[in-house]
Design a protein around this ligand. Structure first.
Ligand code: C2O
Ligand code: CU
Length: 480
């Protein structure tokens, strides 16, 4: 695709978006017709979100967070007001005033310099989930700063292109801070996945590449967040996509790339399109998979990411499609066709090479017990529970007997999921490739291979169900 084409395409897109004001109403009408019909996968099709605020909230345009460079960035976490429900102000905790936080975007090789300021009334620190950084830059719970405190991050990106994310990581306070709004995407690009027109795989770019932070929340009648930091996990009654309730996105007749993050405290999404059309999975936590795979549904637990292509090339003007969660039975995001054709590359089949990790030198077993313990212990911020030699491939076995699912997350390295036994009995397509978070269900054992190659230093392993994490289901370890 030439750059003049892309200029034209963007202009067309803007025109398309502008004319969708009228199309929107038509789209909304179509959607309410849809709700009377049956769902492609046989699931009953309610369901406007169960809003505590009551009332029928009209569909509004999907919010797209501003994209900013993390090179020389001042990042402040502070109380603010988010606009989430019509006519209501939601007191929130925000990165640079935005809900969700701005999307950071940088290239492999870039030197990230972020001056973080904690403007909250309680301790905090920011962790770059999925970024392979040294201890000083990891936002480990030991690094919390108090109100008005600062932390200067300075690291060079040396990892595969991927959607990562950033959020607070203070011990016992992460759940509430993330829930009240502190989270944002962090896109890393590289020579394979440049995000520019003409990238090697022809992946959709510009307005056709859309980040989706999908989470839940509950609101009181004045629009405030309702929350309780219970270990069993907080489940909201309303889905938000990029901080938008009842969002729609105008889409051209084109292939779109969605960079999806589950930003929930506890909820697992099972994503599908109401049309039964496939989601083409091309990447997971740590970047592109070896090959794309067409799936009619995809699971994603808290902290996990997905890279998905959707083919809207046959979606007519004002026709709609809905991204849904089959488990919650919720509509998440409505797509409304603009009818504008935009040429682009086809869905690529072969994507990248992923070298399987070799034979492990040793095996470690981790039990996720109750709602607050890992290997029988509540998190001790001062302890170092084990050490891992830099460069050794190890087999880590995650075990649980109950209180799951536990989305298990490791700082400092990516891993490759090998086996899953006792539950569904298989590793899902979306668990292939490089992962840093994997869901472990009740009575299930999940084996991964992991190799720390980036940095020596102190990291954590923890459950990313934030009630469990804050309750103490976390352990320090040191790469030596
Ligand atoms: Cu997303 Cu240790 O965190
Ligand atoms: Cu857990």
């Amino acid at each position: 695709m030439s750059s003049s084409n892309s200029t034209l395409n963007r202009r067309d897109f803007v025109r398309g978006a502008a004319t969708t004001g009228g199309a929107l109403l038509a789209g909304a009408a179509l959607a309410s017709c849809d709700t009377q019909g049956s769902h492609a996968n046989g699931h009953p099709f309610p369901v406007e979100p169960d809003l505590a605020t009551g009332g029928n909230i009209p569909r509004v345009p999907l919010r797209i967070p501003a994209v900013v460079s993390p090179v020389g960035l001042a990042l402040t976490a502070a109380p603010g007001v988010a606009s989430v429900l019509p006519g209501k102000a939601t007191p929130a905790l925000l990165y640079n005033g935005a809900f969700p936080g701005p999307t950071l975007s940088a290239r492999k090789g870039d030197r990230v310099t972020v001056n973080y300021t904690n403007g909250l009334s309680e301790p905090s620190i920011t962790h770059w989930h999925g970024m392979l950084v040294d201890h000083a830059n990891d936002g480990h719970p030991r690094q919390v700063v108090g109100t008005g405190g600062t932390h200067a991050y300075d690291f060079t990106i040396n990892q595969r292109a991927a959607l990562n994310w950033y959020h607070p990581h203070p011990h016992m306070l992460t759940g509430g801070q993330v829930y009240r709004g502190l989270a944002g995407g962090f896109i890393v690009r590289d020579e394979i996945d440049t995000g520019l027109v003409g990238n090697a795989l022809g992946l959709p770019t510009g307005t056709h590449e859309v980040p989706l932070i999908i989470r839940d929340a509950s609101f009181d009648s004045s629009g405030g967040f309702q929350f309780s930091n219970k270990s069993s996990g907080f489940f909201g009654n309303t889905p938000l996509v990029n901080g938008t309730v009842n969002a729609y996105l105008p889409v051209n007749k084109a292939i779109y790339r969605f960079r999806i993050l589950n930003g929930c405290n506890a909820r697992i999404w099972r994503l599908a399109l109401n049309t039964g059309a496939p989601l083409y999975l091309i990447g997971s936590d740590g970047g592109l998979l070896d090959r794309s795979v067409a799936l009619t549904e995809i699971g994603i637990g808290p902290g996990e990411r997905l890279d998905v292509l959707v083919d809207f090339r046959t979606l007519g003007t004002n026709a709609t499609a809905m991204l849904r969660c089959l488990d919650a039975g919720w509509d998440l995001l409505q797509f409304v066709g603009t009818g504008i054709s935009v040429l682009g590359a086809d869905i690529p089949t072969s994507l990248t090479t992923i070298a399987p990790l070799g034979a492990p030198k040793r095996t470690r077993r981790f039990t996720f017990d109750g709602m607050t313990r890992l290997n029988g212990k509540v998190y001790d911020i001062n302890a170092v529970e084990f050490t891992v030699p830099l460069g050794d491939v190890e087999r880590w076995v995650f075990v649980t007997n109950g209180n799951g699912p536990h989305p298990v997350h490791v700082h400092g390295a990516s891993f490759q999921v090998q086996t899953r036994t006792g539950g569904p009995g298989r590793v899902f397509d979306w668990e292939r490739g490089w992962k840093d978070t994997v869901v472990v269900n009740d009575r299930e054992t999940v084996e991964v291979l992991i190799q720390f190659v980036a940095h020596r230093g102190l990291y954590v392993l923890h459950c990313h169900q934030l009630g469990h994490e804050d309750g103490g289901m976390m352990a320090n370890f040191e790469v030596v």
